[in-house]
Design a protein around this ligand. Structure first.
Ligand SMILES: *Cc1c(COP(=O)(O)O)cnc(C)c1O
Ligand SMILES: [Zn+2]
Length: 414
């Protein structure tokens, strides 16, 4: 198969080139040799430019020339991408920064950023004639895959780690996925799925080893570039688990620069939870990644053995960016901040980016005269249990006016 805008696939570790075939990872480097897709940008800009974009539908397929899909394929009907960007002067004031923009990616069909990748994943599976598509996930990649499989009529089989939150599992089941709850960690579930895909020839959605999926995540960067255009902020902030999201977002922004849609590049700030920050450590020490235990309330970024750390570190370095860690308490605080001051309810991994921006501002990495765009990558209703820790409890009361008055008085509401 050839796709005319794609020039080659390239190993991120040894730089060996491949053509577009059913190759996921480098034959020399194995699973560490993630492939990166390269495009013919001169050719792309002929048809993908401000004029043509003005005519296209507001979803992520508007960047079709920069997505690894053939021209003839039928696209899923679910609305993916073109999520809103809100400017919040209140949040900007609280964290003492010039401007802040919040991109609410929880507004995708299954309520997380992962829909960008899954939508491309199911298209690739159909192109290859697969009937079954599988993945291992902390939750969002899975629910997203289950949703998109339901939309296009594929069967999905999902491997989840033991601690995946209940609401996320419910979301899988309602979309008709077969759910295997693996007694073990995310890593255990990941390997199990990997081997099952090899054994039965299922299409493998695991984003880190499947180069096409990262291209889907790239659409967030393409969109940020188009939506921000002349007001491109100094910083673009994402939370980091496996590292595909941030690498994809940067690639998208860079591509919009290459084809002339934007003329200024932001710096990328990558945020991890302190209990699961192997990529921050690799970034700081400029050495290879050390696999570690992972523990954080932000389950979607609770990854101790990230697959795509090389791409993530490279993306942040290329952008002259930074990485930072945040505590679970800071994540809960950011959840309140986003909801109460900008009315965006994000899940812990979603608001971790905001927590990171706040910490980076306090540390002087981000300056008061600068601006930032924060991506909230998942909706807060995905994990109500954790949200309750941030939200507090209601006031229990019999219908007695005097008692109500007393409470309102205490709360300074009179
Ligand atoms: C998956 C996910 C991330 C992190 O993406 P990676 O590609 O694993 O780095 C961040 N936030 C949410 C809500 C996610 O589901
Ligand atoms: Zn290689």
């Amino acid at each position: 198969m050839t796709i005319k805008h794609i020039t080659r696939l390239r190993c991120v570790k040894c730089y060996k080139n491949y053509t577009l075939e059913q190759q996921y990872t480098c034959l020399v480097c194995g699973l560490e040799g993630i492939l990166d897709i390269e495009y013919d940008y001169e050719l792309v800009r002929k048809t993908l430019n401000k004029t043509s974009l003005a005519e296209r539908e507001l979803n992520h397929w508007r960047y079709r020339e920069l997505l690894p899909i053939s021209e003839s394929v039928v696209l899923p009907y679910l609305q993916v991408g073109w999520t809103p960007v809100y400017q919040s002067s209140k949040v900007a004031q609280i964290i003492d920064i010039k401007d802040i923009y919040i991109k609410d990616d929880g507004r995708n069909p299954t309520a997380s950023f992962k829909d960008r990748a899954s939508s491309v994943g199911v298209v690739k599976a159909i192109e290859q004639g697969a009937k079954i598509i599988a993945c291992a996930s902390t939750g969002n990649a899975a629910s997203s895959l289950a949703g998109f499989s339901a939309a296009v009529g594929l069967k999905s089989i999902i491997f989840v780690p033991e601690r995946a939150p209940e609401p996320k599992i419910t979301q899988l089941l309602i979309f008709g996925a077969t759910v295997i709850r693996v007694q073990g960690s995310y890593e255990d579930a990941w390997w199990f799925c990997q081997k099952a895909c090899e054994r039965w020839g299922w299409y493998n959605r695991n984003a880190a080893v499947n180069p096409y999926l990262v291209e889907g995540k790239k659409s967030a960067g393409l969109e940020i570039a188009e939506q921000m255009a002349d007001k491109m902020p100094d910083w673009v902030v994402f939370s980091v688990g496996d590292g595909c999201t941030i690498a994809g977002a940067w690639k998208g922004i860079l591509e919009m620069y290459k084809i002339g849609i934007i003329s200024r590049l932001p710096r990328i700030l990558g945020v991890q939870a302190i209990g699961a920050s192997p990529i921050v450590k690799a970034f700081r020490s400029q050495t290879d990644l050390v696999i570690s235990d992972a523990q954080t309330i932000a389950d979607s970024i609770c990854v101790g053995e990230p697959r795509n750390w090389r791409k993530a570190v490279k993306a942040i370095q290329d952008s002259n960016g930074e990485m930072i860690e945040v505590t679970d308490e800071e994540i809960l605080e950011a959840m309140r901040l986003a909801a109460r001051s900008a009315a965006v309810f994000g899940e812990p991994a979603g608001v971790a980016a905001l927590a990171g921006l706040k910490r980076a501002r306090e540390a002087g990495i981000v300056r008061a005269k600068e601006s930032a765009l924060v991506a909230i990558t998942g909706n807060g209703l995905k994990d109500v249990q954790t949200a309750r820790q941030a939200a507090g409890s209601p006031i229990s009361l019999e219908p007695n006016m005097d008692k109500l008055e007393k409470i309102l008085d205490e709360q300074h509401l009179l």
